[in-house]
Design a binder for this molecule. Structure first.
Ligand code: HPA
Length: 271
C-alpha cells in the first residue's frame, strides 16, 4: 500500500508540479466551485496510476489543480462511494495520496438527508462531528505507523476553529447555516422512516452515504478537516417526502451558491 501511495503521488507531482497544502473533495452541492478555480490543470482519474475510477452519474472524475482566490488548491471532482462497490481502502486512497503530497487541510462536502426537526430542505449544515455506521472502518487491518497511529483519536475530527470561522463568514454574508452531526451509512438505499428516527435519537442531525471514511483517514494522517452538508431531503416518522436522486441533485444545486460563498472565503482565509 505504501508503495502504491508513493507511486501515485510521484505521478501527480510530475504532472502538477508544486502541490498545494489545501485539498477539496467536491461532493454534491459544491461542484460549481470548480468554476471559481483559475489557472486550472486537470488530471483525469483514468490517467492516475492506482486510482479507482468513478462510475456514478453526475460524478465526473478529475483531479484539478489551480488557484482559488489567493490559495493554491487541489480538488477532487468526483469521489468514490462505498455503495458503488469500492472497498474502504479504495474509497480513501486519494486522501492517502493527498497526505503524501503534503496536504494539511481537507475540505469536504456532501448531500445529506435531515433528521433534525429544525432543518429545511436547502439548508447548509456545518459538520461538527460524525457517527460512523459504515460496516467497515477504513483503518481496519495492518497499521502503517508512517501513515498514522494504530488507535487514532477522533475527538476533534472536524476542526473547531474552521467551524467557528465558517459560522462567522456565514453570519457576515447573511447565510443561514445549521451545525450538526453527520451519520455516515453505506447506502445506496435512502432510509426508512424508522431509520431516520433512529439516527436522530442516537444523536444524528443529517445522514449521508459518504465523507466519514475520508474524514477518518484524513484524521489518521493528521490533517485538519472541514465538512459541510447540503440538506437535500428530510426524513423521519412524520415526513411523507420520498427522496429521489433527482430531488437530491436539485436541492443541492439550489443551495450551491451559498455553500460556495462560505467555502470560498473559508479556504481563502484558512485553507
Ligand atoms: N439519506 C442518505 N443519503 C442521502 C440522503 C438521505 O436522505 N440525502 C442525500 N444523501
Amino acid at each position: 500500500m505504501i508503495e502504491k501511495i508513493k507511486q501515485t503521488a510521484d505521478y501527480i507531482r510530475s504532472k502538477a508540479g508544486n502541490v498545494p497544502e489545501t485539498a477539496i473533495i467536491l461532493g454534491t452541492g459544491l461542484g460549481a466551485l470548480v468554476d471559481h478555480i483559475t489557472e486550472k490543470k486537470y488530471i483525469p482519474y483514468t490517467e492516475i496510476p492506482n486510482f479507482p475510477v468513478s462510475t456514478v452519474e453526475g460524478h465526473s472524475g478529475n483531479l484539478i489543480f489551480g488557484r482559488l482566490g489567493n490559495r493554491q488548491v487541489i480538488a477532487m471532482q468526483g469521489r468514490f462511494h462505498y455503495y458503488e462497490g469500492y472497498d474502504m481502502k479504495e474509497v480513501t486512497f486519494p486522501v492517502r495520496v493527498m497526505k503524501q503530497l503534503g496536504v494539511k487541510t481537507l475540505f469536504v462536502s456532501n448531500a445529506a438527508g435531515g433528521m433534525n426537526k429544525e432543518f429545511r430542505v436547502g439548508d447548509i449544515m456545518i459538520i461538527t462531528d460524525h457517527i460512523n455506521l459504515f460496516p467497515e472502518n477504513p483503518l481496519r487491518g495492518k497499521n502503517y505507523e508512517e501513515l498514522g497511529p494504530r488507535f487514532p483519536a477522533m475527538t476533534e475530527a472536524y476542526d473547531k476553529r474552521l467551524v467557528a470561522a465558517a459560522e462567522e463568514i456565514a453570519a457576515k454574508k447573511g447565510i443561514r447555516v445549521m451545525k450538526g452531526v453527520y451519520v455516515g451509512t453505506q447506502g445506496p438505499t435512502f432510509e426508512t422512516p424508522a431509520e431516520y428516527e433512529y439516527f436522530r435519537i442516537i444523536g444524528g442531525d443529517a445522514v449521508g452515504m459518504s465523507t466519514v471514511p475520508e474524514v477518518i483517514v484524513a484524521n489518521h494522517a493528521g490533517m485538519k478537516v472541514f465538512g459541510v452538508s447540503v440538506i437535500t431531503d428530510l426524513g423521519g416518522k412524520d415526513v411523507t417526502d420520498v427522496p429521489t436522486h433527482e430531488e437530491v441533485q436539485k436541492a443541492a444545486e439550489a443551495a450551491q451558491p451559498y455553500m460556495m460563498e462560505i467555502m470560498r472565503e473559508l479556504i481563502e482565509r484558512e485553507g
